[in-house]
Ligand binder design. Structure first.
Ligand code: NAG
Length: 209
């Protein structure tokens, strides 16, 4: 009776056998493909992995979530995006900069500050900063005027100046005692005097004779 091979009786018996075998498993395969013959004496070498069933010599029937000759590959649906690797069925391992179940979300390490937006540029997560901020996290303020004399840009357009300097770009030296007789404060507490004046505050008039 079995010698006819693919008779409907054999096919039905095959499916029932497989179904019976599978119902004992904790994670039965579903969506049985019609048309194969299950050979109980079949050997698969290398063996079927991930609970795949050897249905014919060197032919594995894979559990749900696996594929490949020996069911060696997990599959993920939807597929892992942005270069993610399918570790187990439905579980993607994401490359740096990506997250979410399918690696579909871009994540910037440490976040983007000051209104920066995290986007993927050529597969790399990057903060795109508002015009007045810079740096990998948009953490650095930009002072278009520059901060001179050791000043530090602490907020857009705002310099924090060291002692002795003032002004938007820390460009104005401070002389606590004003320079006199037209002298100019050129650095903290330092006057440049107009001739014929001299002295710390240009208070002395040189006697040219
Ligand atoms: C399967 O392989 C075994 C051992 O290698 C062999 O004896 C058997 O005849 C094979 N079965 C089929 C259907 O080819």
């Amino acid at each position: 009776m079995i010698s006819t091979g693919l008779s409907s009786t054999v096919l039905l018996a095959s499916l029932l056998t497989l179904t019976g075998l599978c119902s004992a498993r904790s994670d039965p395969p579903r969506g049985v493909a019609v048309g194969f013959v299950f050979d109980p004496k079949a050997t698969c070498d290398p063996p079927c992995q991930h609970a795949g069933v050897c249905i014919r010599n060197n032919t594995c029937y894979c559990s749900r979530g696996y594929e490949g000759e020996t069911c060696q590959y997990a599959n993920c649906y939807p597929k892992c995006k942005n270069g993610g690797e399918c570790l187990r069925p439905g579980k993607c391992r994401c490359p740096p900069g990506f997250g979410g179940r399918y690696c579909h979300k871009v994540t910037c390490d440490g976040g983007c500050w000051n209104g920066g937006e995290c986007i993927a540029v050529n597969g790399v997560a990057k903060c795109i900063c508002p015009s007045s901020w810079a740096g990998s996290k948009c953490q650095e303020a930009i002072c278009p005027q520059g901060c001179r004399n050791g000043g530090i840009c602490v907020a857009p357009g705002i310099c924090s100046c060291p002692d002795g300097w003032l002004g938007g770009a820390c460009h104005t030296a401070v002389c606590t005692q004003p320079c006199r007789n037209g002298g100019k404060c050129i650095s903290p507490e330092k006057c440049r005097c107009r001739p014929p004046y001299s002295g710390a505050r240009c208070e002395e008039r040189k006697n040219s004779h």
